[in-house]
Design a binder for this molecule. Structure first.
Ligand SMILES: NC(=O)c1ccc[n+]([C@@H]2O[C@H](COP(=O)([O-])OP(=O)(O)OC[C@H]3O[C@@H](n4cnc5c(N)ncnc54)[C@H](O)[C@@H]3O)[C@@H](O)[C@H]2O)c1
Length: 249
């Protein structure tokens, strides 16, 4: 049984309605955290699943590109629960795309994807950073992608670029947050079976050393690890969760 070692802690997970975000919510709630799920989609189902498993959760409609809405949610969580200890910046989009130099590349898509993946992450962290600083620390987990290491195949240039930007953001915030007790790390998943990748051509399993695609729970485990005391001396790192597709740190 999971030990409730995050009892009394408050977590915000963006993109928490489904997939990796929901799985992370279930895991953090099982460790005793009060979990806030925020998404453009309805989080009711995910909140009910956490409650049915004995956890504490609330759902919020949020578009992470709306900086003021993010700030308002951060204020509301602190007003209601008194603190915010963990943020998992997981909201993201990954539409199939073309390279920027191709004639029919979609530059509106470039704007949309980078706005959600980069600015949305920045807005979400900005909403809780000051509260974490004032309370003496916190955990920030940023969801990047293996596209940061090796580029994408089906996805557009904007996706790989946005996920690489998040690694720069992780390291910058780790360097500057450490003195305030704020620990910042990233997770870079490989090919994970979620709604996001449902219609994508999948790699041959022979190309994956562990011979299977990942599950949301495979990614939620490392996210949960980065939120707990066992990773207290790690900051600015990237955990590669790819079944061995990427064999690098
Ligand atoms: N599935 C994979 O293979 C894979 C691989 C690498 C990285 N990732 C990353 O993992 C994260 C979670 O993806 P997933 O696979 O669970 O996919 P998913 O589509 O199931 O989850 C993404 C969630 O983000 C939400 N979202 C999108 N735009 C938003 C916005 N503007 N504001 C708030 N919420 C928004 C979606 O509604 C959705 O619930 C994403 O950042 C994704 O880029 C996924």
């Amino acid at each position: 049984m999971t030990k409730p070692d995050l009892e009394g802690q408050v977590a915000l997970i963006t993109g928490g309605a489904r997939g990796i975000g929901k799985a992370a919510g279930l895991m953090l709630a099982a460790r005793g955290a009060r979990v806030h799920l925020a998404d453009v989609l309805d989080c009711t189902g995910a909140v009910e699943e956490i409650a049915a498993a004995g956890g504490s959760a609330a759902g919020h409609t949020l578009d992470v590109t709306d900086r003021e809405a993010c700030a308002e949610l951060g204020r509301r969580i602190v007003a209601d629960d008194g603190r915010v200890d963990i943020i998992v910046c997981n909201a993201g989009v990954c539409p199939p795309g073309k390279a920027v130099w191709e004639d029919d590349a979609d530059l509106e898509q470039w704007e949309r994807v980078t706005n959600i993946n980069i600015n949305g992450t920045q807005n979400s962290i900005a909403a809780v950073w000051d509260a974490m600083r004032k309370q003496g620390g916190g955990r920030v987990v940023i969801i990047s992608s293996m596209a940061f290491y090796r580029g994408g195949v089906i996805v557009g240039t904007e996706y790989s670029a946005s996920k690489a930007a998040l690694i720069g953001m992780t390291r910058h915030l780790a360097r500057n947050g450490g003195q305030h007790g704020i620990i910042v790390n990233a997770v870079a998943p490989g090919v994970i079976e979620t709604d996001m990748t449902r219609d994508f051509d999948k790699p041959d399993l022979d190309e994956i050393p562990l011979r299977r695609l990942g599950t949301s729970e495979d990614v939620a485990g490392p996210i949960s690890f980065l939120c707990g005391p066992e990773s207290a001396y790690m900051t600015g790192t990237v955990l590669n969760v790819t079944g061995g597709i990427v064999l690098a740190d």
